[in-house]
Design a protein around this ligand. Structure first.
Ligand SMILES: Cc1ncc(COP(=O)(O)O)c(C=O)c1O
Length: 372
């Protein structure tokens, strides 16, 4: 092709592209409504978020870090965050794995361990990483809950054999909200970690009545075969910023790092740094969550609806009817709750929102439930 022809062809392509661009509707995506959270008319109680966050200090850190660091990869701030977390737990930074939400730590563990054997997990629990392990060709043995909706630790210990690579427990558990008392969980971890690595998902630890006694971090300090995962998505109110972490002996932490692809962003890490020791905000948030939980529990008690005692920002209740159909009726009233988690067809989970949202939930729930 001579130069003049190729130049004409190039110009024609450009003109074509410009015509397509002007034909497209010019929308301002950044200014579009409802990109960042529920609209005002919706009561969103379906994802265990904490609407009291981010704290004012976190908001300040988000603006500053975006302006000064948004153009750069987040190595420095993530190192600072890992050190701060390590210091709090009496560990060193090589015990800390930071990821974009704790889900990525859970996934990294599932991806790493599924190659070496079966994963044992509760029959009802937080599950995306377990599903991914299965999709990768791994095997997950789900041990049904007890009749009291508790994780069946005795049975889980009994099925952990030489074919097992990882045992996953969740304390408090999601969606039940039930907490295994620290001493019982510690005895379980001590016994089972001799046979397989135990991963304790402590996403809701900070919301429990006694976080230190409920946590298994002392086992990580002792170098036991135990991984703990935590998140800034719950009490810290940073779910949208995607910051989570694992605490593990250095060789396990290294294994997780080799299977994780993400880290917190600059703004996420900055918000986490600003929130971690903000005791006033954390105490305020927790008191509001507990107050909301008491409102919801009082409603269920009044309607004689059985519910699991919760130390989290959600309550799991047996509403005695198809939970998906009930969820749809509530959605029609702009109140979002959870439907069925198999195999519990009549159980529904409601997360804590702001108190005014929970007042709307209480009124709507009572009306819809009483209509049948
Ligand atoms: C038990 C549990 N673990 C982990 C997560 C993941 O949280 P994130 O990825 O936001 O840290 C959740 C989220 O709801 C959860 O309930």
């Amino acid at each position: 092709m001579n130069t003049e022809v190729s130049r004409r062809a190039f110009m024609a392509t450009l003109a074509g592209a410009a015509a397509v661009a002007t034909a497209l509707p010019q929308r301002s995506w950044a200014a579009a409504p409802m990109l960042y959270g529920p609209s005002a008319s919706v009561v969103k109680l379906n994802a265990n978020e904490n609407p009291y966050g981010p704290s004012p200090k976190a908001l300040e850190a988000i603006a500053k870090s975006a302006a000064e660091g948004g153009a750069y990869y987040p190595g420095k701030v993530n190192r600072a965050l890992a050190e701060m977390i390590a210091e709090r737990h009496g560990l060193t930074a090589d015990h800390v794995v930071l990821t974009s939400g704790s889900m990525e730590c859970l996934f990294a563990a599932a991806a790493a361990f599924t190659k070496y054997g079966r994963i044992v997990a509760p029959g009802l629990t937080f599950g995306p990483h377990l599903t991914v392990a299965e999709r990768m060709g791994g095997e997950v043995l789900r041990v049904p809950l007890t009749g009291e909706m508790d994780q069946d630790l005795e049975r889980m210990a009994a099925v952990t054999d030489s074919m097992t690579s990882l045992v996953y427990v969740c304390n408090p558990n999601n969606p039940t909200g039930l907490t295994v008392e620290g001493g019982r969980m510690r005895a379980f971890c001590e016994a089972v970690s001799a046979r397989a690595t135990v991963m304790v998902d402590e996403a809701y630890n900070e919301l429990t009545d006694n976080p230190d006694a409920t946590s298994m971090v002392d086992l990580v300090r002792r170098g036991e075969n135990v991984i703990i995962t935590r998140t800034f998505s719950k009490l810290y109110g940073l779910a949208g910023l995607r910051v989570g972490y694992a605490l593990a002996p250095p060789h396990l932490a290294e294994m997780l790092k080799r299977h994780a692809m993400t880290s917190p962003s600059v703004v996420g890490a900055a918000a986490a740094l600003a929130s971690y020791n903000d005791e006033a905000f954390l105490a305020y948030s927790k008191s509001k969550i507990v107050e909301g939980r008491q409102m919801v529990e009082a409603l269920f008690d009044r309607l004689e609806i059985p519910h699991v005692p919760s130390q989290t920002n959600f309550v799991y209740a047996d509403i005695g009817r198809d939970a998906d159909a009930f969820q749809a009726k509530m959605r029609a009233e702009n109140v979002l709750i959870r439907g069925v988690y198999e195999p519990y067809k009549t159980w529904s989970r409601v997360s804590m929102g702001k108190l005014e949202d929970l007042e709307r939930f209480v009124q709507t729930f009572e009306r819809v439930y009483t209509l049948g």
